[in-house]
Design a protein around this ligand. Structure first.
Ligand code: NI
Length: 158
């Protein structure tokens, strides 16, 4: 397990569509383990493979710090409602902005054993799923920010 270098906005790898994963090889397992380490080390709630420079459809999410989801080839199959709130990204350090996301999402994905599963989410987990899946298609939340992109420190002080 190792901490990987998180790529930042402006690097091409963050604007590309990722490829589907066919099998979890030892190399992919190592990538997943490193992504989890890197997410926890950076105190993030999610991380997508392109953020560590790998164009594969893999994300890790943990909004509580003790309940990690590994999502391979994830897809949102249902969504409804909306939530509006501040969002941030490890690839856009020190910044935050308001993004409207669905209030509820249902997604399908494969776990590390390539077993399919379904996940239903609201609140922060729904937001994180939408945010991370956007990364797999080369999109950053800054494209969806309503109003200015702000410094996170300023917003935290409010
Ligand atoms: Ni992000």
């Amino acid at each position: 397990m190792a901490i990987r270098n998180v790529r930042e906005m402006g690097e091409d790898v963050l604007n590309k569509a990722c490829k589907e994963v066919r099998e979890v090889t030892p190399r992919i397992q190592e990538l997943i383990d490193d992504m989890l380490d890197t997410m926890y080390e950076s105190a993030g709630v999610g991380l997508a493979a392109p953020q560590v420079g790998i164009l594969k459809r893999i994300v890790v999410i943990d909004v509580t710090g003790e309940d990690p989801y590994v999502m391979i080839n994830p897809k949102i199959i249902e969504q409804s409602g909306e939530q509006r709130g501040y969002e941030a990204c490890l690839s856009v350090p020190g910044k935050t902005g308001i993004v409207t996301r669905p209030g509820y999402v249902k997604a399908v994905a494969y776990n590390e054993n390539m077993e399919p599963y379904e996940i239903e989410a609201t609140e922060l987990l729904a937001r994180a799923i939408c945010h991370e899946l956007d990364h797999l298609d080369g999109h950053l939340y800054v494209e969806k920010v309503e109003g200015p992109l702000r410094n996170s420190e300023e917003v935290e002080e409010e």
